[in-house]
Design a protein around this ligand. Sequence first.
Ligand code: MG
Length: 246
Amino acid sequence: MLIALVVANMTYLGSLSAQKKEPNNVEDWSKQPTSIKPVVGATPPSDAIVLFANDNLSQWESLRQKGAPAAWKVDGPQFTVEPGTGDIITKQSFGDCQLHIEWNIPENEVQNNLNFGNSGIYFMGLYEVQIYSSYNDEHKIYYNGQAGSIYKQHAPLVNACLPAGTWQTYDIVFTAPRFRCDNSVESPASFTVFQNGVLIQNHVTLIGPTSHGPHTEYKSHEDALPLLLQEHGSKVSYKNIWIRNL
Ligand code: MG
């Protein structure tokens, strides 16, 4: 026992001295992280692309009618889903990214509307982080369909929802899937999601695009595609949206 401890200790000291002698073995000087101005309150960091901050939807367009203006209702620093007008998509395309988005389901919308504040953020137009009125699980839905779920694939780790009528945040890290030349999947898409500052999805991987029906399989697609906001008949409001390419 004593001999084993001595040997282990010598090995440890030996490895320490090796590190001291050859510090470059563990020091990474290959790529300096770029200095940026980080988030302070609601202000986007300096390297973010602002997708909505002021009073227009110039970064967005209608999904139904490519090139047509997004028909959702803008009201100062926020905008709201206009039921019946369809989804909206960004004019720019994105692959791996970090997204910040703030959303609010009006109280009367939850009381009067059977969709209970259903909307959602589809990365690449294919992979949905769900928006739904799930405070205290008040409008019961399958767990992998409540707010913060990766729709029909991953329930959130906890329910971090605030009541309807309250602004909430998502901070989402998305990794796009990779495809081989033969269109097979090299690596699946993945999400890490914070809701209102709380980790609710921890690097979960997707089995394919999210879908209301049976699971669908990956189909090879571009490295970057537009971000989509879902119109599901509920008047969900959004504000302060920014994205960082990774
Ligand atoms: Mg949805």
